[in-house]
Design a protein around this ligand. Structure first.
Ligand SMILES: *[C@@H]1O[C@H](CO)[C@@H](O)[C@H](O)[C@H]1NC(C)=O
Ligand SMILES: *[C@@H]1O[C@H](CO)[C@@H](O)[C@H](O)[C@H]1NC(C)=O
Ligand SMILES: *[C@@H]1O[C@H](CO)[C@@H](O)[C@H](O)[C@H]1NC(C)=O
Ligand SMILES: *[C@@H]1O[C@H](CO)[C@@H](O)[C@H](O)[C@H]1NC(C)=O
Ligand SMILES: *[C@@H]1O[C@H](CO)[C@@H](O)[C@H](O)[C@H]1NC(C)=O
Ligand SMILES: *[C@@H]1O[C@H](CO)[C@@H](O)[C@H](O)[C@H]1NC(C)=O
Ligand SMILES: *[C@@H]1O[C@H](CO)[C@@H](O)[C@H](O)[C@H]1NC(C)=O
Ligand SMILES: *[C@@H]1O[C@H](CO)[C@@H](O)[C@H](O)[C@H]1NC(C)=O
Ligand SMILES: *[C@@H]1O[C@H](CO)[C@@H](O)[C@H](O)[C@H]1NC(C)=O
Length: 888
């Protein structure tokens, strides 16, 4: 049961109570008017003031959520533990990622999608690449699997709360039981990491969840362990892929990926100068035909009964392997889905769209139309609200403006808390009276809108504006001030000023909002440098021209957070592994993990690049003599007793666009150790190293609690020998986004493009296992073109190279990223079904003006709103005053 949901209900009830009392007093006061006695009586005796809020689909889902809890979920049928699929609309779909816009309200789902794919690529590659029996001990061991899922969770705080790999029946060959033959499988294996709520732990004296603790359980051990069984209630992800027993669909549902690899065995040299091609089967790729097999499927929201006890949604993707892996009967082998990766997010964290079905909201959407915008307004969903009421705002329809006493859109939360009276009389926009028509498209006449199109009378409108019935203190204050003032027009210009940070004054705001010619010039120079640099000419340019200033990538840490966290995940995994795994350990007949092998890290960086279309390159760069690998199998060479230490090791994978005739595909990877210029001398490596070489106090401590199977059959779940495991690791903020750079490669073996790079360090124990040391960095390169620029005015401390460069009229409008909207008290004067000036029009007209051509730049301004109608209403003030006096 979520305390969050409960709390909200209670606070709403308190509000209901107060409002009821208030309106009751109001009613008593008015009962001196016998004329309206009857309706009031019926009001008191009959309905609550909140009866206007009808039971809707949000209530349906809310009721379902609160009837299930951890005590009763076991006795409920599967249907009651699930919500309809349309409660999560606009799920990212693999074959639409490149062609459609994924809005930021879906960026957490997109990251979930990409991480599921990432792990599916990784394990498919690993199990096929290391398929010989001599590689058996090199394969990821038990702690590798546990730590990989842990890192998925800790590295993606705010995105991912659960991560798992569930193997199908008899598909997992464990390499950690010394008594088991290498060709023996175990019935099931399913380690799953979940972010634990650690508020009641003895070490947590704040009694708040730290978000840093992860439980990892093997779901195939203990009771209720057969997650492949149809009776298991929480395994929607299973039937999407498995059991995969018949080969008939193999050509459709499995896809061969080819990667090119180049290894180095000593500093400055590659073993071979050419790329070796490596092919492996992976998750499906949607084909041209009707039968579209997607590599990632979504489950419906379900209650994770007996496990996390939360309502969650999972993204799932399959791991492919040749099965049976070790068999003399090669002809029996076929690529088969052996495991499914799941990545979970809480249902509550997924934004819903309560607006009516429209363009941009046309998927099946269970919550469509639950917003309560009035007909004069339009609904816009708000971001970051998750599953909650009020996640929308109502903006004026084209041709309407906000009442002067209300600044900006009506918030959904205010509407949902309004009384019936407030709702019926408020939250309306007013029509713009004299609308102009844009001269280019139609003859230049000025149309006049008929007053009669407005539903209420002028008197109503006046009363609504001058004496708003909304009882909130803010409106009261504004209304009082308004009545005090003599001149309505002057009042219109005196807008309320709300400082956005302490010390902000109107003057500062005004200066801030001014168009900045210097910035504009600078922006043009930046854009020219960006567009004029390409693969053809970059080699001839001086090095400084291959960079843009850092403030040209303003907002990158927010826009590319998911990509940065992909690198952070790998850093977390390496921190966990290098701080906790001791390659000499065995626990009875359970073998501990051995050291990392190069193949593991090649697989990790390849998976980073293959799973996210925005990521152009990704690498792991070890510091000098910090990469220790396991000694080769059956090692007799005394030099290698303690493992091999390589001077450099820097696997780096990238997207390689042009598919060559040599059959090497879009993805390549090489070991940077083979290059003559050392990567440890690059500025990004040196900077990270000098920051993190000696001082680790800023690192955050993560706790992992591994529970493992007691024996190979998974009879019960027991604690791992080391319980809990802790490790120190960087957070997202400890990494650094470098300034945009053009990656130039004269050899034409890599992609060439503008990217922004995220660099994050990782740490391990030193050779004596006494203290922590800096081991190296993980990087990820993201294509700069996916970053939106923001030309709006910004505060003086914002490092935005493009701020204050949009062409809006500053007195009357402020800007969304591409539009100039009218400020409060101003209205949009044109009759063209818009309510803002489009940024592109502004730019065009401005350029025309600069060239001395005929233009209408000067007309692209908002005008003071509603002045004429308010002026005409003075008569009504007098009339109503007389009526009131007469009544008393
Ligand atoms: C390992 O997999 C490769 C393809 O990835 C295949 O060509 C090879 O025969 C396999 N080797 C064994 C021993 O199964
Ligand atoms: C890493 O794994 C590969 C493939 O099994 C193997 O050939 C290589 O020797 C391993 N490296 C070490 C240092 O064990
Ligand atoms: C596993 O390998 C051993 C010998 O290497 C063989 O005797 C046994 O039959 C194999 N088991 C299976 C299940 O293939
Ligand atoms: C844990 O995560 C929740 C939700 O993402 C957040 O509100 C809270 O502040 C986090 N707690 C800490 C200690 O960071
Ligand atoms: C799990 O259930 C499935 C389907 O009922 C069955 O085929 C399989 O043998 C079971 N696995 C185990 C380990 O009991
Ligand atoms: C690296 O590989 C090359 C080619 O196989 C070989 O000649 C060389 O001796 C190797 N170097 C080391 C240090 O093993
Ligand atoms: C993850 O779990 C924390 C703590 O239970 C919760 O506050 C947060 O909302 C969850 N985040 C996601 C993305 O599911
Ligand atoms: C996300 O935001 C976009 C743009 O505002 C909107 O079109 C879309 O409907 C929103 N989706 C959801 C589920 O809120
Ligand atoms: C696991 O199950 C197999 C088959 O039922 C049995 O032969 C074996 O003894 C069991 N292992 C343990 C450790 O109980």
């Amino acid at each position: 049961m979520s305390p969050f949901r409960l709390g909200r209900r209670v606070s709403q009830m308190v509000i209901y109570g107060n409002e009821k009392m208030e309106s009751y007093h109001r009613y008593i006061f008015i009962t001196i008017l016998p004329v309206i006695l009857f309706p009031i009586l019926s009001g008191v005796t009959g309905r609550s003031v909140y009866n206007w809020i009808a039971y809707d689909s949000i209530d349906v889902v809310m009721d379902k959520l609160v009837t299930v809890n951890e005590e009763n979920c076991r006795s409920k049928p599967k249907e009651e533990l699930q919500l309809p699929a349309s409660t999560v609309s606009q799920r990212p779909v693999y074959n639409m990622l490149l062609t459609s816009v994924i809005f930021s309200n879906r960026s957490n789902l997109l990251h979930l999608h990409n991480m599921a794919l990432n792990r599916a690529f990784y394990f498919s590659y690993m199990y096929q690449k290391l398929n010989r029996s001599v590689d058996f001990s090199t394969q990821p061991g038990i702690m590798y699997l546990y730590m990989s899922t842990t890192a998925d969770v800790t590295g993606s705080e705010g995105f991912i709360n659960g991560s798992a790999i569930f193997f199908d029946n008899n598909c997992f060959y464990p390499n950690f039981y010394s008594l088991l033959d290498f060709n023996r499988t175990v019935p099931l294996f399913g380690p799953r990491a979940w972010r634990a709520d650690d508020y009641d732990e003895s070490t947590n004296w704040l009694r708040e969840p730290t978000n840093n603790t992860v439980d990892i359980h093997d779901y195939s051990a203990g009771e209720l362990s057969n997650y492949t069984s149809p009776d298991y209630k929480m395994n929607n992800w299973y039937s999407m892929w498995m059991p995969d027993l018949s080969p008939s669909q193999d050509s459709l549902r499995k896809f061969t990926y080819t990667v090119g690899l180049k290894y180095s065995n000593e500093t400055g040299k590659f073993i071979k100068d050419e790329f070796e091609s490596d092919a492996f089967f992976g998750p499906p790729q949607p084909g041209q035909n009707d039968d579209i097999s997607l590599p990632v499927e979504w489950t419906v929201p379900y209650f994770d009964c007996g496990r996390s006890n939360r309502w969650i949604v999972s993204a799932s993707s399959p791991v492919v392997e040749y099965m049976p892996r070790y068999s003399d009967f090669v002809q029996l082998r076929r690529p088969r889905f052996v495991a499914v990766i799941t990545q979970d997010i809480e249902f509550e964290r997924i934004d819903i769209n309560p607006c009516p079905v429209s363009e941009g909201n046309n998927d099946p959407n269970y919550f469509a139309g639950t917003a309560r915008c009035k007909p004069t307004t339009m609904c816009e969903p708000l971001q970051g609200w998750g599953f909650r009421r009020g996640g929308y705002q109502c903006v004026c329809q084209p041709g309407y403006y906000y009442p002067w006493w209300h600044d900006g859109p009506f918030q959904g939360l205010e509407i949902e808390q309004a009384t019936q009276d407030e709702y019926e009389n408020g939250f309306n926009c007013y029509p713009v009276d004299y609308q102009q028509v844009i001269p280019n498209e139609m003859p230049t006449w000025v149309t006049r809108r008929k007053r009669s199109t407005y539903p209420v009378t002028t008197k109503d409108r006046f009363l609504a504006e001058a004496v708003p019935s909304d009882s909130s203190p803010r409106v009261k204050l504004v209304a009082k001030r308004a009545l005090d003032q003599k001149d309505m027009k002057a009042r219109l210009r005196k807008r309320r000023f709300i400082a956005r940070y302490p010390g902000e004054t109107k003057k500062i705001r005004h200066k801030r909002d001014l168009f900045d010619q210097e910035m504009r010039q600078r922006m043009e120079n930046i854009l020219i440098r960006k567009y004029k640099t390409n693969g053809g000419n970059c080699a001839s340019k001086p090095a400084y021209q291959l960079f843009l200033p850092g403030d040209a990538a303003y907002g990158v840490e927010k826009a590319f957070e998911a990509q940065g966290r992909t690198a952070l995940r790998l850093a977390h995994f390496l921190c966990d592994f290098l701080q906790n795994v001791d390659e000499y350990e065995t626990f009875g007949n359970l073998k501990g993990d051995r050291r990392l092998n190069e193949t593991h890290l090649f697989g990790e960086v390849l998976a980073n690049v293959m799973s996210d279309f925005k990521v152009m390159g990704s690498g792991v760069f070890f510091d000098r003599y910090k990469f220790r690998m396991s000694p080769p199998l059956n090692n007799t060479d005394p030099r290698f007793i303690n493992g091999i230490t390589r001077e450099f090791f820097g696997p780096y994978a990238w997207k390689y666009k042009n598919v060559n005739s040599d059959g090497l595909s879009n993805y390549r990877a090489e070991d940077f150790a083979g290059h003559k210029d050392y990567y440890i001398d690059k500025y990004w490596f040196r900077r990270m190293k000098s920051r993190w070489q000696t001082n680790f106090s800023a690192l955050k401590k993560y706790t992992a609690k591994p529970m493992i199977r007691s024996d190979e059959n998974g009879t019960s779940l027991v604690r791992f020998e080391h319980y809990p495991l802790t490790y120190l690791a960087p957070t997202y903020e400890h990494g650094e986004w470098l300034r945009p750079e053009f990656k130039c490669d004269p050899t034409k073996l890599k992609y060439e493009d503008w990217v922004s790079t995220y660099v994050v360090p990782f740490f391990g124990r030193n050779d004596l296992k006494t203290h922590l040391e800096f081991k190296g960095v993980v990087t990820v390169e993201v294509k700069l073109d996916y970053l939106d620029i923001n030309q709006c005015p910004g505060e003086f401390f914002e490092a935005n190279g493009f701020k204050n460069t949009a062409r809006c009229n500053y007195q009357s409008s402020y800007r969304g990223s591409y539009k100039c909207e009218c400020r409060q008290g101003y209205e949009y004067p044109f009759n063209d079904l818009a309510w803002y000036f489009d940024g592109q029009t502004m730019e065009e007209e401005y350029d025309k003006m600069m060239r001395g051509e005929p233009n209408r730049y000067d007309t692209l301004k908002c005008r003071i709103a509603g002045a004429s109608s308010l002026y005409g209403s003075w008569l009504l003030v007098t009339v109503s005053a007389i009526i009131l006096m007469f009544w008393h």
